[in-house]
Design a protein. Structure first.
Length: 291
């Protein structure tokens, strides 16, 4: 069943969607609305930044009950929380500890959803076990530090690594860009030459991750992938696609390209696969964090 243009709504949280992103989604064909109550019941709703960790079960259940959508409580839980996706993808990513019983070593200290990379020195990178425990809170996990290929250090102290973000929808890479694109002022030309979206379909790590997440019925997510100093590719993390920021070199152009590709896969009928989710959110609350 092909979704009609008039039924495809973009529900967004205004404070996170700037003018260029709003224009990109609108120009692609989405009908824009920040108030869920103004969207007709039964319409297809694409949520953008409106899924919050503290209320995601209630919000997603509402989407699945009153509207059509592409996200369930289960697949949001898998992609959004590291303790959910790590057991399935452990062999592809950095060894991670979820308790404070960690050996001596260097760590990246991360929250359950994200690391404070913008405060790399004070809140993210720990050169010793003692420092890792010092900057962690009760929700932190500890990821073994692996030196990545670097294009330099930003003035904020952030290492600009060879890292990319890929958006995957229905098992297809629809957009990719350099993760640190907004720091292009310090990037060499080689870092601004992007692999095509199609190229990523032949990367063995990306193929393996996509296969695993497809088997878990995760529809829309991002893959952050980086190369280390020995040329090995690592999965840095995955995230829910509805909440992930879109890296860009040119904000207006890249946002519009992203949303046109997204709208295209929806209109092509690929969203028919999400019908298996309808009602799924009512019976699956998602993986639980182990203590």
């Amino acid at each position: 069943m092909k979704i009609m243009e008039s039924d495809l709504w973009f529900h967004y949280l205004g404070k996170f969607v700037g003018e260029n992103e709003w224009n990109g989604a609108c120009n692609a064909g989405f009908r824009m609305e920040h108030d869920l109550h103004h969207i007709p019941k039964g319409a297809f709703v694409f949520p953008r930044y409106t899924i919050q960790s503290y209320n995601y079960q209630q919000y997603i259940t509402t989407l699945n009950t009153d509207f059509k959508t592409d996200v369930s409580v289960y697949d949001f839980s898998i992609a959004n929380f590291i303790y959910s996706w790590y057991p399935f993808l452990e062999k592809y990513t950095f060894k991670t500890y979820f308790t404070k019983d960690i050996p001596e070593g260097q760590y990246v200290v991360k929250g359950l959803e994200k690391a404070k990379k913008d405060d790399w020195t004070n809140s993210c990178f720990a050169p010793t076990r003692a420092r890792a425990l010092e900057i962690a809170d009760e929700k932190s996990c500890f990821r073994e530090y692996v030196p990545l290929k670097s294009y330099g250090i930003h003035e904020k102290g952030i290492p600009i690594s060879k890292e990319y973000r890929l958006f995957v929808y229905n098992n297809k890479v629809i957009y990719s860009n350099f993760y640190w694109a907004t720091y292009r002022d310090i990037l060499p030309i080689e870092a601004q030459v992007m692999p095509s979206h199609e190229d990523w379909e032949f990367n063995s790590l990306v193929c393996d991750v996509k296969k695993i997440l497809s088997n878990l019925n995760v529809m829309f997510y991002t893959i952050d992938i980086a190369q280390d100093i020995n040329d090995k590719w690592w999965l840095v993390e995955i995230n829910n696609g509805h909440r992930s920021g879109i890296p860009y070199f040119n904000q207006a152009i890249d946002y519009e390209y992203f949303y046109r590709k997204l709208y295209e896969v929806v209109q092509d009928g690929q969203r028919d696969n999400q019908r298996r989710y309808h009602g799924f959110a009512k019976t699956r609350s998602g993986p639980k964090r182990s203590n």
